[in-house]
Write a protein that binds this ligand. Structure first.
Ligand code: ADP
Ligand code: MG
Length: 350
């Protein structure tokens, strides 16, 4: 978790750009037939007969999206890949290739980039992804990492945000709020460490939520599950910004409203206990926390029997006519409009 001052430091300048790229990427294997040409030419070449291509990019900037004082570079590499794969899976597509671009200052030794690429490589192995290219440049300040993920899906299986219908069920995978509460724990430990650098944090009781923050997993398994259960979500989005803003994206793009039931929102016991410790409302955290990388989707009520016994899925509400708006139905049975960040408790309608 904390910087080891004794570790070996090889200056990036010693290798040169080509030596560096070769050094970082030589242990990556190409496994997909669709990768005709990977790293080493002017551009990669891919072939996807009969399928549509899904492309998505994310840009992560040190100090804005990550803090290296508690985010080990290996985890950052892994998470940077997950963030992108999650977007591919949210289209109901298979992810198959990534490109990785980095801007790095001379503050980072080669060993730091090796750690970053070890995380990227682990993600590529676990999710069967080919690294097919990227770009490498210097930066004056911190680390910038941009990943582009490429996937494929047959035209009839693409799930957009725009086809949810009134009366469709609103369903979420996994549980919510963990990544945000994990971040709160890591921020708190960082402050403790500043005061007492010899303190050894005991994060055992927070292990699940800290892992949700540092090592999220994209829900590749859910795309496979949809195929085996023959479920076609009417709309789908991944939860990167928090439940409320993702619900509003589906509502807006599909021109529907929504009733979300507070009591149905899935929360891990560690999220509940950590929210109590920080004296914050767990529903607010689930609605606004972000970075959970679960999938939020809508299905026709006719498909309910396919998901009802499955522990991966929780029905948290249903879609309505657009004119009814998007609301949270609280445990006290009050109806509160959902806003992009949490909900507006001052505008209770009843
Ligand atoms: P060009 O000058 O044509 O942009 P580069 O020298 O930047 O080529 O890259 C050479 C090869 O290495 C290309 O295949 C490129 O995609 C790949 N590459 C460059 N940087 C990275 C990186 N950070 N990670 C993975 N592949 C990279
Ligand atoms: Mg280049």
């Amino acid at each position: 978790m904390l910087e080891n001052k004794d570790q070996q430091r090889t200056s990036l300048g010693d290798l040169g750009e080509f030596g560096l790229i070769d050094h970082l990427t030589k242990h990556f294997d190409i496994t997909h037939q669709s990768t005709i040409k990977g790293i080493g030419d002017d551009a990669a070449v891919l072939a996807f007969p009969d399928e549509q291509i899904v492309v998505t990019t994310d840009l992560l900037v040190e100090g804005v999206h990550f803090d290296l004082s508690y985010m080990p570079l290996k985890h950052l590499g892994y998470k940077a890949v997950m963030v992108n794969l999650s977007d591919v899976y949210a289209m109901n597509a298979s992810a198959s290739q990534i490109t990785v671009s980095i801007a790095v200052s001379n503050r980072f030794p080669l060993e730091a980039l090796e750690d970053l690429y070890l995380g990227i490589q682990t993600a590529c192995k676990n999710y069967k992804i080919d690294l097919i290219g990227g770009d490498t440049t210097s930066s004056n300040v911190g680390l910038v990492i941009s990943i582009t993920a490429i996937g494929h899906v047959s035209a009839q299986n693409v799930t957009s945000r725009s086809n949810a219908k009134p009366n469709d069920l609103l369903v979420v995978t996994g549980d919510l709020g963990g990544a945000y509460m994990g971040l709160q724990i890591l921020e708190r430990e960082k402050e403790v460490f500043k005061v007492n650098p010899n303190s050894q944090p005991d994060l055992e009781q927070y292990s699940y939520i800290v892992e949700r923050q540092l090592k999220p997993e994209a829900r590749k398994d859910i795309v496979a599950l949809f195929a085996s259960l023959e479920i076609f979500p009417t709309a789908m989005i991944d939860i990167s910004d928090g439940l409320s803003s993702e619900i509003l994206h589906i509502c807006k793009n599909s021109m529907v409203g929504c009733n979300l039931y507070e009591e149905k929102i899935p929360l891990d016991p560690q999220v509940i206990s950590t929210c109590e410790e920080f004296d914050i409302d767990s529903t607010t955290i689930a609605l606004s926390g972000g970075e959970d990388y679960e999938l939020l989707f809508t299905i026709s009520q006719d498909d309910y029997s396919k998901i009802k016994a499955n522990p991966n899925f929780t029905v948290i509400g249903h879609m309505t006519q657009q004119s009814e708006g998007a609301h949270l139905i609280t445990r006290a049975n009050t109806k509160i409009p959902i806003v992009a960040r949490g909900w507006n408790a001052l505008q209770s309608e009843d």
